[in-house]
Design a protein around this ligand. Structure first.
Ligand code: C2G
Length: 432
């Protein structure tokens, strides 16, 4: 007898789930299905799961393919189950290729092709699945698609790239349902548009953004990609008239741990603030992509959230070879220094120095996975770590869904004023 095992959350049960269970069952004689517990989903950073565990189990049972249903409760349980039930085949969707290689030693792994276009083949109507379309002129995705899969109720379906061949390469690489060089196709097929287009990438970019808003799509875009603050104001104005918010793609802003950190600092956890040092080794930033504007935009967002107040003594320094870029300014609350180095081995990190202590986020601080606080008069350090891989886009997606479902225009996170303030600063720095 051949035993097959597969796992999943199976939230808002749809055709993709049905198909994977059917195909998994066809691989052997006895199918075990592991359904994730609520706590395990929280633990692995899966957000927005709508159905209760009981309901998800019931839906798996109703499919008629499972011979046994178990609950997956912790990281590492898969190996225990495989041994315990003498499993021959571990089956999982092709979106997980490579993630479970460690299982190979214990049983065969079969990747089953993902079902395309699930949002239109949803089996139930309650709990809509929102379709994301990506508009890009980049070659790669930097994990946005992976992150969207960690938010239940979202489906990243297609990509638009002005270059047809690149659209195809991108779509195929990420197993999307479709790819196109026709922007209207993307508009037609998406509820949420995710723009990852670099500035100066052709005059059409602004036009694409505006067209998306005219069509009342929810838009996620990079504030820095609209180089003129006036364009940001115009974009927000039209979005408000259309009652369809735009979201600035600064992941850290939507990360709840960043809120917590800000509250700690405002609550004087390290006393009155005095200095903020931000370092970015731009070689490690998003797969070596070097874009000073982008890094500066993110750094300035964080700096202006930590240090409120009017900005004085703004200055910049650029090394002779142009690879080291540094910005300095002072506010009523303290001084800020931002260092961005490409090819210079500066160590990424963010440090807030206060009167009574120091808060430090090492390495890729923009992903905020860990920080520590040292009080000058205490031996020990307070450490905070958060269990999520990836670049934190899932928190942004979560925010978009909650705004769509509550019907309320977002009143916090990256506001129009934030984007405009930062772009004005960047413009000033450029003119120096
Ligand atoms: N799936 C699919 N086609 C889709 C959506 C999902 O084939 N359009 C597959 C997934 O690849 C997975 C299964 O359906 O194999 C369950 O998907 P989810 O409920 O989203 O669960 P997931 O987060 O993929 O969890 O331990 C849990 C597992 O690691 C998988």
């Amino acid at each position: 007898m051949k035993t097959v095992i597969t796992y999943g959350t199976f939230d808002l049960f749809h055709k993709g789930h049905y198909n994977i269970l059917k195909r998994a069952k066809e691989l052997g004689d006895y199918l075990i299905v592991g359904v994730t517990s609520e706590n395990f989903d929280i633990d692995r950073g899966k957000l927005n799961v709508k159905d209760s565990l009981m309901k998800r189990i019931e839906n798996v049972r109703n499919s008629g393919f499972a011979d046994k249903i178990i609950v997956e409760e912790y990281q590492g349980q898969k190996l225990r189950d495989i041994k315990k039930y003498k499993v021959d085949i571990f089956a999982i969707g092709s979106d997980w290729i490579g993630k479970f290689d460690y299982i190979q030693e214990y049983c065969k792994i079969v990747y089953l092709e993902r079902t395309k276009n699930i949002s239109s083949t949803q089996l139930r109507n309650e709990g809509k699945i929102y379709k994301i379309g990506i508009a890009t002129n980049r070659e790669d995705d930097n994990e946005t698609i992976v992150e969207s899969k960690l938010v239940s109720g979202l489906s990243c379906e297609g990509v638009f790239h002005p270059d047809k061949k690149k659209a195809k390469a991108f779509g195929q690489k990420h197993q999307l349902d479709y790819w196109t060089d026709d922007f209207d196709t993307l508009l037609d097929k998406s509820d949420i548009l995710f723009f990852q287009m670099e500035p100066g990438s052709g005059g059409d970019f602004k036009d694409y953004l505006m067209r998306a808003i005219e069509m009342k799509k929810y838009v996620i875009y990079d504030g820095y990609s609209l180089e003129d603050p006036k364009d940001i104001i115009a974009l927000h104005k039209r979005a408000k008239e259309k009652k369809c918010p735009v979201f600035d793609n600064i992941s850290i802003a939507y990360n709840r741990q960043f809120d917590q950190l800000l509250w700690y600092l405002k609550g004087n956890i390290v006393g009155n603030l005095c200095s903020l040092n931000i370092n970015v080794d731009s070689n490690v930033f998003e797969n070596g992509e070097q874009n000073t504007d982008k890094i500066l935009y993110l750094s300035l967002y964080v700096a202006t959230k930590i240090f409120d107040g009017r900005i004085k003594k703004l200055s910049k320094f650029i090394s002779k070879d142009g690879n080291y870029y540094s910005v300095y300014f002072v506010t009523d609350e303290g001084e800020v220094k931002i260092n961005i180095g490409a090819g210079y081995e500066i160590e990424s990190g963010l440090e807030v120095i206060g009167e009574t202590g120091r808060l430090f986020i090492p390495d890729d601080w923009w992903n905020l996975r860990y920080y520590r606080i040292k009080h000058y008069n205490k031996e020990f350090m307070q450490r905070y770590s958060f269990n999520h891989d990836g670049n934190g886009k899932r928190y942004l997606f979560m925010e978009v869904i909650s705004v769509i479902e509550s019907g309320k225009y977002p009143k916090y996170k990256v506001l129009e004023e934030d984007s405009v303030k930062i772009m004005k600063l960047i413009k000033k720095l450029k003119d120096m």
